[in-house]
Design a protein around this ligand. Structure first.
Ligand SMILES: [Ca+2]
Ligand SMILES: [Ca+2]
Ligand SMILES: [Ca+2]
Ligand SMILES: [Ca+2]
Length: 502
């Protein structure tokens, strides 16, 4: 089998192939950016592994039009470039003239593009005709400066021409024969619902009308282009790169519930399995975006929050760590902060994450969403490392895509005779792959017992009776969660109210 993909890997000065005449200038640029990134290329240190984000950084400019040629109509839409090897992104908003600039792109890295609505909902992916029927190509190496115009064709974006682009051989499946990759055909099928099968060894089950020629689930530790799954940018080859694909291995079980989402036969919840969407080879070690829904303490409905957490690598020194995402989701969001006298106050969120003070280079923030907002299917947020100067910043961005689940409130009941707690409701719509647990609190609100993790398919579980003193009063609540692919940070947590145990 021919290897179609040229693996570029981490940039190292010794392996970057440069024409001699350009060498001196490129070296100067590399060093300039190395300095800008801070910590990179320290004298006397071996460079490559100490310089995870280094490389030649270039700005790439383009325009985007509708099929009828209107550029102004796309104002406020969002274009992102994703690196083939790492998923690290550059993001740009389209201006009044239909122009965008992807700033400080690592042009040695092959990239693909995707288009998002002004509310950061995935709308279209790049599609370039493949040399084999019913396949497309999606990855290109850009040169700096102007790139060919993009045309928005609904669920795909296409280049007006391929001038100046080096198109990689890496292919994706597009069985409908119209250039729309299978994964995109799947997410645009309005009635699609992913199944609630058990994550372990589940078979593909897609409910509702089957999209054309649905791919078989991945059962091999190599992707369709022969790349090991833990290095592949599109494990199931459906044209939705892993970072945008809610079901990387195409087995019908969403990543957030699939204990081996990359089908590399290593459990994602073990340290050796940390090769999934939220783990990055450069800039940061991991990002976690956790959505929480819980009843308000005063009983007046539900509150939703998002917790962003990232651990940044030792070899980068950003001037800030922050988040980019949908205005509709974040514009009126708030955070708790301390005022000058130490009182906790609520203030507008400035999109920044704060050093959590652990000394571990962990940045975090919990944000309360306005009007108990919930993220939508295929809505994307980016955790950003900010470099450059405060008045001329640039961003290296790390994507997270919300999967197609409908988060909903749950309730619970307790039977004092049997000590059984029952979970009532469906926290994730039809999906039953979640886990849940019970927490018991004493009269002063201290959590005195927590159950083990219970599969969503089991709706009753007994509280350990000997932890309860018959003379005392207790409360309990339950929480339903997705798997925590970053330890301690599940993507979803849905809490019941706290109830008296009687
Ligand atoms: Ca995919
Ligand atoms: Ca994914
Ligand atoms: Ca899966
Ligand atoms: Ca795995």
């Amino acid at each position: 089998m021919q290897t179609l993909h040229k693996n570029i890997g981490p940039v190292s000065l010794s392996t970057v192939s440069l024409r001699p005449m350009a060498m001196a200038m490129a070296m100067t640029l590399v060093l300039a950016f190395a300095l800008a990134l801070g910590g990179c290329g320290n004298a006397g240190k071996s460079a490559p592994e100490a310089c995870s984000l280094c490389g030649t950084l270039n700005d790439v400019r383009g325009s985007l039009s509708t099929k009828t040629g209107s550029q102004a109509q796309m104002t406020g839409w969002v274009v992102a470039a994703f690196e083939h090897d790492s998923g690290i992104a550059r993001v740009a908003e389209i201006d009044d003239a239909g122009i965008y600039t992807l700033s400080h792109l690592r042009t040695e890295q092959a990239q693909t593009l995707a288009l998002f609505t002004p509310d950061y909902i995935l709308q279209a992916v790049l599609s370039i005709p493949g040399s084999v029927d019913k396949t497309i190509k999606q990855f290109v190496n850009f040169q700096k400066g102007q790139i060919p115009r993009l045309i928005n064709n609904g669920s795909i974006i296409t280049f007006e021409n391929l001038n100046s682009l080096n198109v990689l051989g890496y292919t994706s499946s597009a069985q409908a024969g119209d250039g729309i990759p299978d994964g995109v055909a799947k997410f645009t099928a309005s009635s699609l619902q992913l199944s609630g099968n058990d994550a372990a060894g589940a078979t593909a089950q897609v409910k509702g009308p089957k999209p054309q020629a649905l791919l078989a689930p991945v059962a091999s530790p190599l992707d369709r282009n022969g790349i090991p799954n833990n290095l592949s940018p599109d494990i199931d080859g459906d044209g939705l790169i892993n970072w945008l694909d809610p079901d990387d291995n195409g087995n019908g079980v969403l990543d957030i519930f699939d204990s081996d989402q990359n089908s590399d036969l290593v459990n994602d919840l073990t340290p050796a399995g940390q090769h999934t969407d939220q783990w990055f080879s450069a800039g940061v070690e991991s990002i976690a975006v956790g959505f929480q829904l819980k009843p308000k303490d005063d009983g007046s409905g539900n509150q939703t929050t998002m917790t962003f957490t990232t651990k940044i690598r030792n070899d980068v020194a950003p001037i800030a760590v922050q988040v980019r995402g949908a205005p509709a989701l974040f514009n009126a969001s708030t955070v708790a902060a301390k005022d000058s006298t130490g009182n906790v106050v609520t203030q507008a969120w400035d999109r920044k994450l704060n050093d959590d003070g652990s000394g571990q280079r962990v940045y975090s923030r919990t944000v309360t969403l306005a009007n108990a907002g919930v993220p939508r299917a295929f809505q994307v947020v980016f955790v950003q490392l900010v470099f450059g100067k405060a008045d001329a910043p640039y961003y290296i961005e790390f994507p997270w895509t919300f999967p197609p689940v409908k988060a909903a409130a749950i309730t619970a009941q307790y039977d004092a005779n049997t000590h059984q707690v029952q979970l009532v409701g469906n926290p994730f719509g039809t999906v039953q792959d979640f886990v849940w647990s019970i927490a018991v609190f004493d009269g002063s609100g201290v959590n005195i017992w927590t159950s083990k993790s219970i599969p969503g398919s089991t709706r009753q579980f007994a509280v350990q009776a000997n932890v309860l003193d018959p003379a005392q009063k207790y409360k309990f609540s339950v929480v339903a969660q997705s798997l925590d692919k970053v330890p301690g940070h599940p993507a979803y947590s849905i809490n019941s109210p706290k109830y008296d145990m009687k």
